[in-house]
Ligand binder design. Structure first.
Ligand code: FAD
Length: 467
């Protein structure tokens, strides 16, 4: 008999409660990962993210082998195939399942089915809630309600942190070597290599996080909004698939920035705030599961009839709108699978409020490209930008892409990096190079911002009272 640890979006060894508890239980431990390419496709998971997962799982096989824990990396097509695979493992001697809970709908249905497989065999599943730092449901208003606004949520969240701190679980000790007879399951396929720019050794990722907390977090507040600078942690891809946990980030932050993490407006406190946003969106998703069915949080906005012009949508996807900051940002996404947060806000606002395209089109496109794609954060970010979500930007406050560009890429350094066709333009024209210089291969603007802005107000006025 053995204990089975099912790995999902928690591809790490340190601070892995399920793995830790399984190793404490006394039986030999077997880890399992099931790749589900069809379900990933259905969720629009980016090829780069899929590749990162597959590479990380292989690496983890080596890391776990050093602890005498075999990791079965299985190709399992889709979620529907999972219960049957679990049944095979139960038949082979899995006497209990250890895993972390997930918050999305199809994942929860899948996990309930797996729980049933174990229950039917008289075996237990141990589920641990570790995806958010504070488990959903634990941060409630005085009247027991869900916070729908970030600031009071954060205040309460910080009070919890001060009171309880964060717990991180140690790396399990080396297990005794045992010979187990495990079933022959289809081997996980290799990825396409598109994520090779990302290291997958846990020690390297941990070191990167530590370095950020030690050397860079103090400058986060002043640098984080400028896409030309390397001012943010760049850890999102790892946090999304769980190579490191948000708990580890916070625990390290508290160690490195002992006097600062709780000092308002310090770099450390502002970085912590971003991790609180992450928790906020997870909590919202659990409390309002209809979000996963593509409903707007502010229901009245679902009545807006978006013009959804296909040609404009494609111009946006390809970075050919004639707005340099938008096009540079979209090329960053298409080329690297990552986009700076300030730019995510700018291009999301542009798609919805300048091109009048349903935010769900953009949400989906982001998901299909982002190496850090995460449903809760992506949906939260899009609904925020579209003014349809919790604590969203008011609909009448509309980003001006040119002003944003002047403010956050003042010298056009980022634009020129991504759009070499504009490299020779002087600083003054880089944000709005129209009419175009004769030599330029760049595109004409696809819309006029001031007219588009008025149209957005009209669209919202059809469903909301003017304020
Ligand atoms: P840092 O600034 O170093 O932040 C540290 C960590 O905090 C991030 O790695 C991330 O885990 C978390 N975080 C930061 N900002 C947010 C936020 N606003 N909401 C939730 N978590 C946050 N983030 C994703 O992880 N996945 C997504 O799919 C995603 N989609 C987004 C879509 C839109 C339209 C917008 C506006 C934002 C989105 N974000 C998403 C949030 C944010 O842009 C990224 O987390 C951030 O840019 C990642 O870079 P970083 O790791 O250097 O971040």
């Amino acid at each position: 008999a053995f204990s089975l640890v099912w790995l999902r979006n928690d591809l790490r060894i340190y601070d892995h409660q399920a793995l830790f508890e399984a190793c404490q239980a006394g039986l030999p431990v077997v880890a399992l990962f099931i790749a589900t390419a069809q379900s990933w496709q259905q969720h629009d998971m980016a090829a780069m993210k899929q590749d990162l997962i597959r590479r990380r799982v292989l690496q983890m096989q080596t890391e776990l082998a050093a602890l005498n824990i075999p990791l079965l990396a299985v190709e399992g097509s889709d979620y529907a195939a999972v219960p049957q695979l679990m049944q095979q493992l139960v038949d082979a001697g899995a006497s209990a399942l250890y895993a972390h809970t997930e918050y999305e709908l199809r994942e929860r249905v899948r996990d309930q089915k797996v729980s049933r497989v174990f229950a039917n065999a008289g075996k237990h599943c141990y589920w641990f809630d570790r995806k958010a730092v504070m488990p959903p449901g634990s941060i409630l208003s005085k009247t027991g309600g869900i916070y729908q606004v970030f600031t009071p949520f954060k205040k309460n969240w910080l009070a919890h942190l001060r009171q309880t701190g964060v717990t991180c679980f140690a790396k399990p000790k080396v297990m005794p070597k045992v010979k187990l007879h495990l079933p022959e399951l289809p081997l996980m396929a290799l990825g396409d290599g598109s994520s090779l720019a990302y290291a997958v050794a846990e020690s390297e990722v941990l070191e990167r996080m530590r370095q950020f907390c030690r050397d860079k977090v103090a400058y986060y507040q002043t640098e984080r909004d400028f896409p030309a600078l390397d001012g943010t942690s760049g850890l999102s891809a790892y946090i999304a698939i769980g190579v490191i946990s948000a708990q580890q980030c916070i625990s390290r932050l508290q160690l490195e920035a002992a006097n600062d993490w709780d000092r308002e407006k310090s770099g450390a406190a502002v970085w912590l705030s971003e991790l609180v946003w992450r928790d906020f969106y997870h909590h919202i998703l659990v409390a309002f599961p209809e979000l996963i069915k593509h409903k707007a949080f502010q229901k009245d906005t679902d009545a807006i009839i978006w013009p959804n012009n296909n040609a404009l949508f494609h111009a946006w996807c390809e970075g050919k709108t004639g707005y340099p900051i938008v096009d540079a940002a979209m090329r960053q996404l298409n080329q690297t699978g990552w986009m700076h947060n300030r730019l995510r806000m700018i291009v999301a606002s542009f798609l919805v409020k300048d091109l009048h395209i349903d935010w769900r089109w953009g949400e989906r496109y982001f998901m299909s490209k982002l190496i850090d794609g995460d449903f809760a954060a992506n949906n939260g970010g899009w609904q925020w930008a579209a003014s349809t979500g919790t604590d969203a930007a008011p609909y009448f406050r509309i980003f001006n892409p040119v002003t944003q560009s002047e403010r956050f890429d003042p010298d056009g350094v980022f634009i020129k990096r991504m759009l070499p066709e504009l490299a020779d333009l002087p600083k003054k024209q880089i944000h709005w190079p129209h009419p175009l210089p004769l030599w330029s291969q760049y595109v004409k603007p696809v819309v006029d911002h001031s007219k588009a802005r008025l149209k957005t107000l009209e669209l919202f006025h059809t469903v909301k009272k003017p304020q």
